[in-house]
Design a protein around this ligand. Sequence first.
Ligand SMILES: [Zn+2]
Length: 258
Amino acid sequence: MEENIFLYFIAFLFGIIIGSFLNVVIYRLPRKGSILKPAFSFCPNCGNQIKWHDNIPIISYIFLKGKCRYCQSPISKRYPFVELLTGIASVLSLWKTGISIEYFFIFAFLSILIAITFIDIDFKIIPDELNLIGFILGLTFSFFRKDFTVFDALLGSLVGAGILWGIAYFYEKTRGIEGLGFGDVKMMAFVGTYVGWFGSLFTIFFASLVGAIFGIAAAYISKASNKGQFEIPFGPFLALGATVYIFFGEQIKAWYMG
Ligand SMILES: [Zn+2]
């Protein structure tokens, strides 16, 4: 038991370090900056280089009381939040898989979904790089899985991307506006390699349902219910659906199949 707690603690620490890296990815990738250079982060307000001891995940944020050391401008709560979220994702991955190669594939899956979620919220885009890395990881993972073959991964990819492309095509034809980006279609090509054909169906269904509830609530609150008044990124809902499925897929499938 104590060994377990120690392992989960290590997984959490590893997770928040990866989360810190994801913050860099979320900030730099859509701005077309290099992920690795410069190696140091800069305050977006005053441009001062952030020292390593001010860049420790979560802890530095608390110590600096959420403000830049030099110019006192507030640091977004997003940074510690993404770190914490990634730490939790790492712990849940370990809980799901135990110590195994599977842990890294599942944790990588969740990490990519976290990066996609926040980039899509900020920029309404899903970078091809993330979809491509995820797709390759998903295919590679299929060779290690007992419940899954590479055929299942490819079928999941095809079904996920195909259905979403069909919905996007139909939506555009009938309403004359683009409702779904092609980034969402490519995202499902990646997600499908992890969740398979049934998981792809579930992910799209779940995302549509939760996204619609969210959209109606947002329209009600803002009273801007005219079409095209605001767009809600779909990527975060797909990410949420995929996350639910990766943890509870077997139960969901068994329940659905009766
Ligand atoms: Zn500053």
